[in-house]
Design a protein around this ligand. Structure first.
Ligand code: ADP
Ligand code: MG
Length: 397
């Protein structure tokens, strides 16, 4: 190898393994990894019992680990250069803080479900940027859920790992997230999007067309009002359900409103509740249509539904921003575009785009150059294919 060649960046798996050897002075027995995710379709429908269509991205959290014969847990976090230690029997919500609350919460959730649980020594590393909308927290939980499953000899399906991880985040860490992120990190398949019914937890894997790539673009703006606006939308949806259930007591969530019945029901909702309901009901239908379009190899139709989702999030749900609208409009004009929409909660944050693989560089050049020209700032870019959910492997000698 020539000395001028740039050093290759270590993968999270290599980093976790090296960090383990340094921290514990022996080799780990196992490696687990779980990916981040981005949601292709279905904005603000998870908390309305709706359907979402995420993919796992090719960034991941990796955990190198070895079982212990007691109920002690030691974890070295490479990203923070910090070690946390605790006993399984002493875990209660609030007893562990910071990053270690996520793995501790998973251990707590497993123990709370009355499943046998053994201790472990672990090192964790990741290349998922924290707080950027790709769900590093769910990847961290699911990678540890798989590690605990392994050392404890549990027979748990991936979906159960996702549920235990969500319970950890909700009840131990104290963040009221839905289940989508954990299901994507646990159950996704390469090359496929995951159609998840948030009411039944039913899953259908839907193949993405081979000639497209997924592009995530960050506006570079985090809005101050994001949490309060998000909570406000949740309240508005709950209020719309309350009023509609007075008209039809079969309506327990916006999922129960048929798209055909919507028009006649809207007159029972004062503004802005009518727009909010129109978005949610329309969006749930669009997710179903989008999955069907993929299954029928109608890529162009899928892209149209992404743009329609964005318009509805912008005009009816009112969670977009100038910069998000700008990125979507530039994507619409760019060479190789298939579709684009804001993803995540909105109010700043990211867009998700599908672009023809052969033109993805031209697509990016066009959007990045014009975003800089119009908004005076750089967008963050990340290109991915749909990746695999959690895996565990034994370390070879
Ligand atoms: P995100 O949108 O990325 O999920 P969250 O705020 O929900 O952001 O979760 C981020 C938190 O997860 C971090 O503050 C940290 O506590 C934990 N975390 C994420 N990545 C790592 C990592 N590589 N090592 C240790 N903890 C991590
Ligand atoms: Mg998170």
């Amino acid at each position: 190898m020539s000395t001028t060649e740039p050093a290759k960046e270590l993968t999270p798996l290599e980093l976790a393994r090296t960090a383990f050897e340094k921290a514990f002075e022996h080799r780990p027995d196992f490696l687990s990894r779980a990916p981040g995710r981005v949601n292709l379709m279905g904005g603000h429908v998870d908390y309305n019992d709706g359907l979402v269509l995420p993919v796992a991205v090719d960034l991941e959290v990796a955990v190198a680990f070895t079982p212990r014969d007691d109920r002690h847990i030691r974890i070295y976090a490479e990203s923070f250069d910090e070690t946390a230690e605790f006993d399984i029997s002493e875990l209660t919500p609030g007893s562990v803080g910071g990053w270690a609350a996520y793995p501790a919460g998973v251990a707590w959730a497993i123990a709370k479900a009355d499943l046998p649980l053994s201790g472990l020594d672990a090192a964790v590393a990741s290349n998922i940027p924290i707080g950027s909308g790709l769900s590093s927290s769910a990847a961290l939980e699911v990678a540890f859920a798989a590690a605990f499953r392994q050392v404890s000899g549990l027979e748990l399906p991936e979906l159960k790992l996702a549920q235990l991880s969500q319970a950890a985040e909700n009840n131990f860490v104290g963040v009221q997230c839905g289940i989508m992120d954990q299901v994507a990190a646990a159950c996704a398949l390469p090359g496929k999007a995951l159609l998840l019914d948030c009411r039944t937890l039913g899953i259908r894997h839907v193949a993405l067309p081979s000639g497209v790539r997924i592009v995530v673009l960050g506006t570079g703006i985090e809005r101050q009002l994001r949490d309060s606006e998000y909570n406000e939308r949740r309240r508005e949806c709950a209020e719309a359900v309350k009023r509609l259930s007075a008209v039809d007591n079969d309506i327990r969530s916006l999922r129960d409103v048929e798209a055909e019945a919507l028009q006649s029901l809207l007159r029972h909702l004062p503004p802005p509740l009518d727009r909010r309901a129109r978005h949610v009901v329309g969006e749930i239908e669009r997710v179903q249509l989008a999955a069907a379009a993929l299954e029928a190899s109608e890529t162009e139709r899928f892209g149209e539904l992404m743009f329609a989702s964005h318009r509805s999030l912008r005009d009816d749900f009112q969670v977009s921003s100038d910069e998000l609208d700008g990125l979507v409009e530039l994507a619409r004009q760019a060479p190789g575009t298939v579709g684009a929409r804001l993803t995540g909660a909105g109010f700043g944050g990211c867009t998700v785009n599908l672009a023809t693989a052969a033109l993805v560089d031209d697509f990016l050049d066009y959007v990045m150059e014009n975003y800089h020209r119009l908004y005076g700032r750089e967008a963050d870019e990340f290109i991915t294919d749909a990746a695999r959910g959690v895996t565990v492997e034994k370390v070879g000698w």
